[in-house]
Design a protein around this ligand. Sequence first.
Ligand code: HEM
Length: 413
Amino acid sequence: MAHAAISAAEADRILAAAVLDDEARQDPLDAYRRLHEGSPRWTSASGATVVAGYHDCLDVLRRPKWGRAEADMELPTGLFRPRSPMEQNSRAMLLMNPPDHTRIRALVSRAFTPNRVEALRPRIEMLLHPLLDAAEERGQIELMEELAVPFPVAVISELLGVPLDETGRFAGLVRDTTATIDAAADEAALRRAEAAIGELVGYFLGLIEEKRSMPDEALLSALIEVEQEGDRLSIEELVANTLLLYAAGFETTSNLIGNGMWALLRNSDQMDLLRAEPELMGSAVTEILRYDSPVQLNVRTALETDELFGAIVGRGHQAIVLQGAANHDPEVYQNPARFDVTRFVDSKCPQPLSFGFGIHYCLGAHLARAEGEVVFSTLLERFSRIELAGPPPRYRSSFTLRGCERIELSLQV
Ligand code: HEM
């Protein structure tokens, strides 16, 4: 059936509501359906190109002439703020373009390998169980605060070799830093982010000094040591990329856990199926990432003049990549609004764009999947019934990083 196209102004309104309106944000699937049917690609009033279709998103993310905004660029203002100077000066690979990005990513990848993550898997399980012991006794848990938030912080700390008793104060500080990548963050949130970054930088400078004199087997010592063709990470690069591992790996993984549990609760037939067939876990975690992606949106900026979907655009032109919408493109995913834990079993359907694509493809994807698999397997193994005990969860005010505020569960052994 052909659908009437909607105007760019209407598409802007649909997206702005999904980002800014507290009610619309609770369920963006209707907005995504309307965009796919009426306006999968448009030029917004700010001048940016917005793409919702899977193949268009992929096209933008893999373009070599597109990357992070650079300091000299004049960027459009509007819904998606240009990055602050603080971020532009950062030595974190996520915010860099080649050749700097290539160099730093290569060095960090030498230390942060899939083998290191696999070796960590038994420790990941051991870190999870104590978080569930008290919940088991009470027969209930507030999933976000008691598990989804502390667990990924504990895992990244274990990976890096940050003493676990330090990590309690990190959760709040790291959460504050994520305002810098949140399209809806206000000035107060951005100020809190700057203060938190200052405190964390100070802490890591001290810890790096300690690790230099007393190296261990963990990732931070490996990053200090890592060397490629005589090249090493500078102290600024070490601190910025250590912080990045926390910032990029913590709230995203919390929201994989929360969004996944909420999807399983709303689709209890799928929870039963996963319980009966635990070998579906790999596919189920991919489906969670597709269905309710912890990262909904990504931005790319033209680094030089380029042709984009038939138009010539100049340096500084922005493309807003709605990766959460791409994951619901009906031309790629049959019946996209259905949550189906078998969708990725022997499936030819492409991987969701939740971890991005191209040169910035998530470095922690393997770790995030391992954490998701361990959490859902353990919950289903330890509890014969898991039910919503409180009101339906509400999504937090951030749209880019999508996740629930609270999820009250009752648990039966
Ligand atoms: C479900 C959990 C996660 C999701 C959905 C996620 C998503 C993403 C996405 C979309 C990007 C690309 C951003 C862009 O293209 O601009 C990214 C990059 C990155 N992620 Fe993740 N991430 C997750 C967990 C993790 C974890 C656990 C770590 C590490 C501990 C991590 C570390 C990174 C790093 C270092 C980058 C930057 C890579 C680069 O710029 O080359 N992420 N992630």
